[in-house]
Design a protein around this ligand. Structure first.
Ligand SMILES: Cc1cc2nc3c(=O)[nH]c(=O)nc-3n(C[C@H](O)[C@H](O)[C@H](O)COP(=O)(O)OP(=O)(O)OC[C@H]3O[C@@H](n4cnc5c(N)ncnc54)[C@H](O)[C@@H]3O)c2cc1C
Length: 424
């Protein structure tokens, strides 16, 4: 059966997880996938492997959907697109734009697969922008016995099935909401003092379609502030906004200190299509630093300033292991396992040096500092939050387990990650 050891990834993208799955399959058709799943004792989909933990590993088989036809079927009248789940946002976005359509938002990189991103609640920024999974209007799933199930917004359990951590089955197609294509321009500002955020955090975050704050915690200031604006609204100017004690960057920047701007999307206020501005990183280059680990925590946006202060208190413990910290906002949604479930959220993201032993205690320290705000970790990154805390912070987790038991009664899609964090 279709084992492709020559294309088999041995590790995740970051290289910190060596996959232990003894078997690997790369089916070329939906029916081949159905028989791989039906026959496997244990199985998990591996997409582009950009998660920083072992969630895509399996004690049995890993299956890649990269060999399935890369379908993109647009329903212009219904403003929806049906896509093959293994497609990357980079491939989908340029096609969609050619048809005159767009996705509302994107993550910092377009390299990741649509299915992998939605499975983990991956997000971009913007107070009115929900995470990428919130665009999912329907999905097709190959369940443990090899059957194909279709779910849509009309199904009661649908909000439980969209952010699924790979635990319900193999998602083969997704239907996404689309909007008319739009133009975005971005500007980078530097050196905003942290205490300006005490009174202006929400205003700054709302000053563009999407905004990202960066700090290295080495001084009480933002290293950079990225504002992505809808081109028809123009870009904010220094004199118009009272919070701009920061200076506009005179040339293009990379958010990661010390790295060249070549892999970053175009800045300096030059308008361009949504998919070439909403991510920070260009598809043709390695995104971010490449040599790194990541953690991220989401909490109610109303706690953003006290949470910033709590992190500032331990800035000297964070800084030595850190490349850069990014702060974003995400609008609430109804998806059971979304880290923004029913709360408008602020996200504190940390791009670390590639040193797991150094990162883990700092992650635990951050979790302790943020504990009063009940932070929900990004499912696809490194965290040490115990399962009991996750159960307190996700009230629909028991319902999700029931759903997993329904589609996967024998636990084929279980792995060490689900055992650790879901107790299943
Ligand atoms: C440089 C970099 C930048 C990042 N930036 C952001 C960011 O801006 N915002 C953010 O929120 N996150 C970000 N992430 C995290 C990333 O978005 C998530 O880890 C995402 O899940 C990666 O998608 P993937 O396609 O690589 O999925 P994988 O890592 O391959 O898989 C993730 C999970 O989804 C499951 N899965 C994948 N496809 C399927 C399928 N078809 N059916 C069933 N299960 C499936 C897997 O089994 C696994 O459990 C970043 C990661 C990197 C490396």
């Amino acid at each position: 059966m279709n084992v492709h050891s020559e294309v088999r990834p041995r590790t995740n993208w970051a290289g910190n997880i060596a996959f232990a799955a003894p078997d690997f399959y790369r089916p070329a058709t939906g029916s081949e996938l159905q028989s791989v799943v039906a026959r496997a004792r244990q199985v998990r989909v591996l997409a582009t492997g950009h998660s920083f933990n072992d969630m895509a590993d399996s004690p049995g088989a890993q299956v890649s959907l990269a060999g399935l036809p890369p379908e993109v079927e647009l329903d212009s009248a219904g403003a929806q697109v049906r896509v093959a789940a293994g497609l990357s946002y980079a491939r989908l976005a340029s096609q969609l734009d050619r048809y005159g359509f767009a996705l509302r938002n994107l993550a910092s990189l377009p390299h990741i697969s649509v299915a992998g991103a939605c499975a983990t609640g991956t997000h971009g920024s913007g107070p009115a922008n929900q995470n990428l999974a919130a665009a999912v209007a329907g999905l097709e799933l190959v369940t443990a016995d090899g059957d194909v199930v279709e779910l849509g917004r009309e199904d009661a359990d649908f909000p439980g099935a969209v952010v699924h951590l790979g635990a319900l089955g193999a998602v083969t197609r997704l239907i996404l909401d689309v909007v008319p294509s739009f133009q975005v321009s971005q500007r980078v500002y530097e050196g905003l003092p942290l205490d300006v955020l005490d009174d202006h955090f929400a205003a700054i975050m709302a000053s563009g379609y999407s905004a990202s704050m960066f700090t290295d915690w080495r001084a009480p200031r933002l290293t950079q502030l990225w504002i992505k604006s809808l081109a028809e609204h123009g870009t904010p100017s220094v004199t118009e906004e009272p919070w701009f004690t920061a200076t506009p960057a005179p040339s293009a920047r990379n958010p990661v200190p010390g790295l060249p701007a070549d892999n970053s999307t175009e800045q300096l206020g030059v308008p361009g299509p949504w998919f070439e501005r909403l991510p920070h990183f260009r598809p043709e280059f390695t995104p971010s630093a490449g040599d790194e680990l990541q953690t991220e925590y989401l909490l109610p946006v109303g706690h953003a300033v006290p949470a910033l202060r709590a992190l500032h208190q331990v800035g000297d413990r964070i800084a030595p292991t850190l490349r850069i910290c990014e702060i974003r906002t995400i609008a609430a949604d109804e998806l059971w396992l979304s880290p923004a479930h029913r709360q408008d959220s602020v996200a504190f993201h940390f791009t670390w040096l590639p040193d797991t032993a150094a990162v883990l205690p700092v992650a635990t320290l951050i979790e302790r500092q943020l504990a009063p705000f009940a932070p929900r970790p990004h499912w696809g990154k490194i965290f040490t939050t115990p399962a009991a805390d996750l159960y307190e912070r996700y009230d629909r987790l028991p319902d999700f387990l029931r759903l997993a038991g329904h589609y996967d009664p024998a636990g084929k899609f279980r792995n060490a990650y689900t055992a650790r964090y879901l107790g299943r």
